[in-house]
Design a binder for this molecule. Structure first.
Ligand code: NAD
Length: 439
């Protein structure tokens, strides 16, 4: 079976090579010429652990190809995935479906013989059917089946997530397509990954529900951490106990500076927009979004509070700007709101990130970048942990303290224990736990 993956971003560039790892011949297509040139030259344009090796070995086995020529890739494939972006529209809840619609039109033009067109992009309810109509309009003669196959991988652990998924959701409406999708995912169903077959609309809705539920959980935990602080309780003990309840489970119970990334913010808003469109309000998600939006500024106030209330003229070292560890993605990362607000209030920002400096630099003018995390502490008045990269867990805090002008540490990911911090010369502020060393 031959596959074309249209869109070589965080989803397409992982899913494509993973399918080729199963032995399928995969052509990843992108309209970004520079990206395709890089890939052809053996360079990987995004940071995702293990991706470089996966791509290299599948290219060496002649199973993985990169091209800008969509028509050619479509013509030589049996299954064509659409994995292009579906960004949120600024100011509106709705999603920009222009890229998927364009991709569908381009795919339609190249159809020859029976093909499956599978939508991997996260799209509004009803979109798969709409794309079928677009394709039919361009090519009334074409023989094709639509499939909705939303993706659940997480950046930072994307290969493992793809290879060992909790579930594979397939919206399909004819037997031929169902059989081909079963064959395609056979290597994963043999490993007990459940295939959930449903209709297009349910498959599309599942993806939004999945991300919205997780976002709601995070907003709840973030509020819970606030009430822990207010009452002098400890969020870590509370979430440990909550997570032991099998009805709750231990995941997604960590407080943080606000959720971000390319998916949760836009997918929650899209579900609210769907609720409005179908007169079926999603109030729980609306609240989760409002909590999250307000939280970013609250974090700025928190940092200012740790420094006596005013950040003007202070040098603040930010550790981590990606929205989570193990990715270079800064889309909707808390850092993208928190840093400009601190600058607006007069702070000088020094930042470090193990992978995201390149993606963040242009979006964060005025920031001084350090290649070494420890160097960012030099003459700083405050150290702020924004992303829980492992390298910060092992940072030599004694050495950092010696380099700093004032020893204030604001840990917005709770990566350090209260016990260890009680032995260090910092005024230490974390989330949902009592401060240490603060007079
Ligand atoms: P991305 O922005 O990283 O990549 C999209 C790619 O598509 C870009 O390289 C762009 O150049 C290319 N593209 C756009 N139009 C094209 C066209 N007509 N032909 C060829 N290439 C084209 O996006 P992403 O993060 O990979 O997300 C893709 C989709 O998957 C989105 O709908 C997203 O919501 C969903 N999703 C993302 C994640 C994630 O963790 N990033 C997880 C699950 C689902």
């Amino acid at each position: 079976m031959k596959i074309a993956m249209v869109g070589a971003g965080y989803v397409g560039l992982v899913s494509g090579p993973c399918f080729s790892e199963f032995g399928f011949t995969v052509t990843c297509v992108d309209r970004d010429v520079e990206k395709i040139q890089m890939l052809k030259a053996g360079k990987v344009p995004i940071y995702e652990p293990g991706l470089d090796k996966l791509i290299e070995s599948n290219r060496a086995h002649n199973r993985l190809f990169f091209t800008c020529d969509l028509a050619e890739a479509v013509a030589s494939s049996d299954i064509i995935f659409i994995a292009v972006g579906t960004p949120g529209r600024r100011g509106e809840g709705a999603v920009d479906t222009g890229y998927v619609e364009d991709a569908a039109r381009q795919i339609a033009a190249g159809l020859n013989g029976f093909k499956i067109i599978a939508v991997k992009s996260t799209v509004p309810v009803g979109m798969t059917r709409k794309l079928a109509a677009i394709i039919r309009k361009v090519r009334p003669d074409a023989d094709f089946s639509m499939v909705s196959n939303p993706e659940f991988l997480r950046q930072g652990s994307a290969i493992e997530d793809f290879m060992r998924p909790d579930k594979i959701v397939i919206g399909v409406e004819d037997e031929r397509a169902k059989e081909m999708m079963q064959a395609l995912y056979r290597p994963l169903s043999l490993r007990d990954a459940p295939l959930i077959f449903t209709d297009f609309e349910t498959a599309e809705l599942i993806k939004y529900a999945n991300n919205s539920f997780l976002a709601m959980r995070l907003s709840f935990i973030n509020e819970l951490s606030d009430i822990c602080e207010a009452t002098g309780s400890n969020i870590n003990d509370a979430t440990l106990a909550l997570g032991k309840d099998r009805r709750i489970g231990p995941y997604f119970l960590h407080p943080g500076p606000a959720y971000g990334g390319s998916c949760f913010p836009k997918d929650t808003k899209a579900l609210v927009a769907a609720g409005e469109e179908y007169s079926s309000p999603m109030r729980s998600i609306e609240t989760a979004i409002a909590i999250n939006d307000a939280r970013k500024i609250k974090m700025v106030d928190r940092i200012a509070g740790a420094m006596g209330g005013d950040v003007a003229g202070k040098r603040i070292a930010i550790l981590g700007v990606s929205y989570k560890p193990n990715t270079d993605d800064v889309r909707e990362a808390p850092a993208m709101s928190i840093i400009p607000e601190l600058q607006k209030r007069g702070a000088e920002i020094v930042a470090h990130d193990p992978a995201a400096q390149k993606t963040a630099e242009k979006k964060l003018p005025g920031v001084i970048w350090e290649k070494d995390a420890l160097d960012s502490a030099k003459n700083a008045d405050c150290l702020v942990v924004l992303t829980e990269w492992n390298v910060y867990r092992g940072l030599d805090l004694n050495a950092a303290a010696k380099l700093m002008r004032s020893r204030v540490l604001v840990d917005l990911r709770n990566i350090y224990t209260l016990q260890e911090m009680s032995k260090l010369p910092f005024a230490y502020h974390s989330l949902g736990r009592p401060p240490i060393g603060v007079l």
